[in-house]
Structure formats: structure tokens, C-alpha cells
Design a protein around this ligand. Structure first.
Ligand code: GDP
Length: 436
């Protein structure tokens, strides 16, 4: 996701960094590159035009800054504008003063609503809520069972019409669910509704009827980020047919070009609240426009990495890691500690992808699998504390000893040490290049 966009934007901006002063022609040339990058990423044309106009205007009128060189100023402007089109501030869920709060999910079939219901339920539960899922998708065969299954996996109650009661009326199910939630002290109700393969009137009417029956505190429009430009037309249809208060982007882990993420909020005026990036219930998080912009610009998403780390490390350790990451002073000992904790957090490729410069390490990242990590772990365990602290000590004879001790080839030890130095150097360079 965003790889191509990220690569192109980074290279457009990198060209600038070789220049001492920027002429209007330089800015126009960069704006042209950015425009192509956005169009290729499938961002809607009106959004691209508006974005480029703002960049040009701000870059040409930029105040001379003591702290930033011209290229850094343009990067700063592009970053701020990207944050802007992604929604600016992080938008949190609106919950009712008097529980239960009602969150209704709407979107096309296959958008990922049912999966999202489970993800949301698990996420809410972790925040100390007692959510209940409601099965109002009575059209699609198996939709009710599928919701019950994700509910079970998330460890929450699912309210569904009794089997054998005919197809049932989703509006009636929704109403009864709210009563049940009050009775059973659930403070949040997540209503899954039916989707169709395309937008149709009956679908809209049913969603609107459910909306009128349960007065949701949030209506979340769930959209598959892989559908590109269609995301915008679908979003407009749902905005006009049912209305929504927020957007959830799903399948951000897929091979999408990212245009949907950059267009939907700008076109509909509604914020993106959450992002889903995998089929597992844990692959889900609050959407932070600033962090996403930073990732698109190849500046990494160290904040998210740190937050995930905090759930598994103690505070002191997490702060130490963050500091060392950004100052490029990581030792192999830190690396091993991180690796052990990090492995609990999910597929390693996803996590490494959040590091600054990860876009440029794509090929290496693709090779990182968990078996490979077992090997790295064994090699680092075979080193003395002094060697882990200062890997420069590891000369030829030490490499042989480490290889023999950990049951790998000397080549593997060389590989680890070299890559470690490379990564550390690159992080320091990234920090320098962007002036952060
Ligand atoms: P619904 O018809 O809107 O309820 O969609 P589902 O929740 O049934 O999802 C449709 C398909 O997309 C299922 O195969 C899900 O496993 C898959 N899916 C949902 N969310 C994601 C995601 O974030 N990433 C990926 N890769 N697959 C997803």
C-alpha cells in the first residue's frame, strides 16, 4: 500500500534536496512530478488539482526560514497538505452520553463490514467497553453465522434473529437488539447491515430504515481501499442515500495504490476513523492522518511502532528504544531485545515497514520471515555482551566463533553484521535528510 506513491514522492522531493535555492521553475517541476505520482496512485482528479494548487502557492510564497533549507520547506508543506487531505486531526469515536452508543456499519458487500464488526468489538473491549454485535445483514446467506463467528473470536455477544424465524426484518432485529443491550448492560452496540455488490435503492432504503429505527451515534461507511476511483462514487452514493459520519478503509494491506484513502475524505468531507489492514481481528487501528502522511512520504511511522511496542514493553524500555531508533544508536543487544518483543506483535514485515526508509528496503523486507528471525536470534545469542554492544569488535576470528557456536555459516554472521550497520547508517541519514 502506498509503495509506488511513496517511492515517486520521495524521488520528486529528493531531486530538490540537491538544490541550494529553489526557483519557481523548480517548484513547478516538482509539482508536476507530485501530480503524476498522485494520479498514478488513483487519487481523484479534483483532489489532485486542489492539492497541487495549494502546494505551488505555499511553496512559492514560502517565508525564508532559518531552520529549514528550501527542499525541507517544500517537504514540510507537502507533508502538511497531505495531513490536511487525510483529515487533519485524528478523529475519535463519538459515543453517547447515555449508553448504549450505537455504531452502524454500511457499505457494499465484500467491503469488509462483518470482519470490521469483529475488529471493532475486540478493539472496544480492549478499551474497557462491553460491546454487542447485531446481525442485521439478513440477505446474504451465512452473514449471520459469519458475524457470530467473528463475535466469538472477539469474545463478545452477538445478537441475531432466532434461526427458523424466516428471513426476518432487519429493522425489527435492530430495535430488539438495543433493548437487549440496555437490559444486559452493553454500552456499545455495533450494527452490521446488508451490502449489495453494487449500489441500489433497496439497499439504501433498508439502511436508512435501520438508521431511523436506532438513531446511531456513528454511521461508519466501510470501503475497500482496493476499489480505487470507485470508492469515491460509492462514497457519494452512501452519503446521499444513508449519510455517514465517518469512514473506515479496509484492505490497506492489499496491493492498492492508495488513491481511495486520499480521495474519500476530501470528496465526502467525512473523516477516516479507522484503517483495517489484514484478515486477522488484530489488524486494525485508529487512523492517524499525520502518521499516514509520514508513511506516504517515506518518513516512517515510528509513532505507531512505538505504540505497539508499548503494549509489549515496559515504558522505560519503549522510550529507550524510541530514542535509539531516531538517533541511529541501536546496538545488537537492543536489536535482540526489540526482536523478541516485536515478534509478539505480528508479522515482522509489517512492523519493519513502519521504519523510516522502509520503502527503499522493500526487497530486503520481502525476505524477512520468521524462520530467518530464528537464525538471527541464534547468531546474536552467540555473541558476547561486549560484541552486541559494539558490533565493530566482531572481527574475522570472532565471526568464526559465533558461527560455530550458533550453528550457522560465517556468511550468515557477516550478513547480519553488515545489514545491521547498513540499517543503522540509513536511519541516521534519513534523520539528517529530512532534518528531524
Ligand atoms: P462484508 O460483505 O462487507 O461483510 O465483508 P466481509 O467482512 O465478509 O469481508 C469480505 C472479505 O474481505 C473476507 O474474505 C475478509 O476476510 C476480507 N477482508 C476484510 N477486511 C480485510 C482487510 O483489512 N484486509 C484483507 N486482506 N482482507 C480483508
Amino acid at each position: 500500500m502506498f509503495d509506488t506513491l511513496s517511492d515517486r514522492l520521495t524521488s520528486a522531493l529528493q531531486t530538490l534536496s540537491r538544490k541550494g535555492r529553489l526557483s519557481d521553475a523548480d517548484i513547478d517541476a516538482t509539482a508536476r512530478e507530485i501530480r503524476i505520482a498522485l494520479l498514478e496512485a488513483d487519487v481523484a482528479l479534483p483532489v489532485v488539482k486542489e492539492f497541487i494548487a495549494r502546494i505551488k502557492e505555499r511553496a512559492k510564497g514560502a517565508e525564508v526560514s532559518q531552520a529549514l533549507n528550501p527542499a525541507q520547506q517544500v517537504i514540510k508543506i507537502v507533508n502538511e497538505e497531505l495531513v490536511g487531505i487525510l483529515g487533519g486531526e485524528t478523529r475519535r469515536l463519538n459515543l453517547a452520553k447515555n449508553p448504549p452508543s450505537v455504531i452502524m456499519l454500511a457499505g457494499l458487500q465484500g467491503a469488509g463490514k462483518t470482519t470490521l464488526a469483529g475488529k471493532l468489538a475486540m478493539w472496544l473491549k480492549k478499551q474497557g467497553h462491553a460491546p454487542m454485535l447485531v446481525a442485521c445483514d439478513l440477505q446474504r446467506p451465512n452473514a449471520v453465522t459469519q458475524l457470530q463467528v467473528v463475535g466469538e473470536r472477539a469474545g463478545v455477544t452477538t445478537f441475531a434473529p432466532e434461526p427458523g424465524n424466516g428471513v426476518g426484518d432487519p429493522v425489527d432485529v435492530a430495535r430488539r437488539a438495543i433493548e437487549e443491550a440496555k437490559h444486559a448492560q452493553h454500552d456499545i452496540v455495533v450494527v452490521d447491515t446488508a451490502g449489495r455488490l453494487g449500489v441500489d435503492e433497496e439497499l439504501m432504503k433498508q439502511a436508512a430504515d435501520i438508521r431511523d429505527a436506532v438513531s446511531p451515534d456513528e454511521i461508519l461507511f466501510v470501503v475497500d481501499a482496493m476499489i480505487g476511483q470507485d470508492a469515491v462514487t460509492t462514497a457519494e452514493a452512501f452519503r446521499d442515500g444513508v449519510g455517514f459520519t465517518g469512514v473506515v478503509l479496509t484492505k490497506l494491506d492489499g496491493d492498492a495504490r492508495g488513491g481511495a484513502a486520499l480521495s474519500v475524505r476530501e470528496v465526502t468531507g467525512q473523516p477516516i476513523l479507522f484503517a483495517s489492514n489484514g484478515e486477522k481481528l488484530e489488524d486494525f487501528d485508529t487512523f492517524h492522518p499525520d502518521r499516514m502522511a509520514s508513511r506516504i512520504l517515506g518518513m516512517g511511522d515510528v509513532m505507531t511502532l512505538i505504540e505497539q511496542a508499548e503494549q509489549h514493553f515496559d515504558q522505560e524500555q519503549a522510550e529507550k528504544a524510541a530514542e535509539k531508533l531516531s538517533s541511529g544508536q541501536l546496538t545488537l543487544e537492543d536489536f535482540l531485545e526489540q526482536m523478541l518483543a516485536v515478534r509478539k506483535m505480528g508479522p515482522i514485515g509489517n512492523l519493519l515497514g513502519m521504519l523510516p526508509g522502509a520503502g527503499q528496503m522493500k526487497d530486503q523486507l520481502a525476505q524477512v520471515d520468521d524462520k530467518h528471525l530464528d537464525k538471527l536470534q541464534a547468531i546474536i545469542r552467540g555473541m558476547t555482551p561486549a560484541e552486541r554492544d559494539d558490533p565493530k569488535l566482531i572481527n574475522g576470528s570472532r565471526r568464526l566463533r559465533i558461527a560455530n557456536g550458533s550453528g550457522v555459516a560465517v556468511r550468515d554472521v557477516n550478513d547480519l553484521v553488515n545489514r545491521f550497520f547498513e540499517a543503522r547508517k540509513m536511519m541516521a541519514q534519513m534523520a539528517g535528510r529530512f532534518g528531524f
